[in-house]
Design a protein around this ligand. Structure first.
Ligand code: DAT
Ligand code: MG
Length: 156
């Protein structure tokens, strides 16, 4: 019985791989950098399985950044994230969460390796070109804020 339950838990991961949520922020979208950023993600083997251009509402920003609501920079962050369209996506692949975090670099572009997306396209600690989920649990929370199941295309 235990073996069957374990197999059922492992099976979706074998079939689907790991998914993460990523979002290109308004300044990078405005500067027409979305194509280059997505190309860099795909070049590392991540698969784009959902994609949309959309504008976040302040209510969505409250939900999305719920853990940062009490931070002094939250009002500025919300204003920036709702200032123009974002490009939201779901990425699928082996270790998609850690791989995407590695590719984007640390929060502050000034501290990021030159080849990372934040070093290449980020302006500042807040306006840092791209978001990516920091864990599988975060990805599972963030993906449904932007995508319904029908908008995610996992078949190979
Ligand atoms: P990350 O996006 O690297 O996961 P985070 O989750 O700590 O970083 O914060 C979410 C976003 O909030 C981050 O991309 C930019 C903004 N932010 C974080 N710390 C900040 C700070 N000290 N000043 C301004 N903006 C900040
Ligand atoms: Mg984060």
């Amino acid at each position: 019985m235990k073996t069957i339950i374990a197999a059922l838990l492992v099976l979706p991961n074998l079939l689907l791989g790991e998914m993460t949520f990523s979002m290109i922020k308004p300044t990078a979208v405005q500067e027409q950098k979305a194509g280059e950023i997505i190309a860099q993600l795909q070049a590392s083997g991540l698969r784009v399985v959902a994609l949309k251009i959309t504008k976040m509402t302040p209510e969505q920003a409250d939900i999305f950044y719920k853990d940062l609501k009490d931070k002094p920079f939250f009002p500025e962050l919300s204003k920036m994230m709702t200032s123009g369209p974002v490009v939201a996506m779901v990425l699928d692949g082996d270790n998609a969460v850690a791989k995407t975090r590695e590719l984007i670099g640390p929060t502050d572009p000034k501290e990021a390796k030159p080849t990372t997306i934040r070093a290449r396209f980020g302006k500042s600690k807040g306006d840092n070109a791209i978001h990516a989920s920091d864990s599988v649990v975060s990805a599972e929370r963030e993906i449904p804020i932007f995508f319904s199941g029908e908008e995610i295309f996992l078949s190979k």
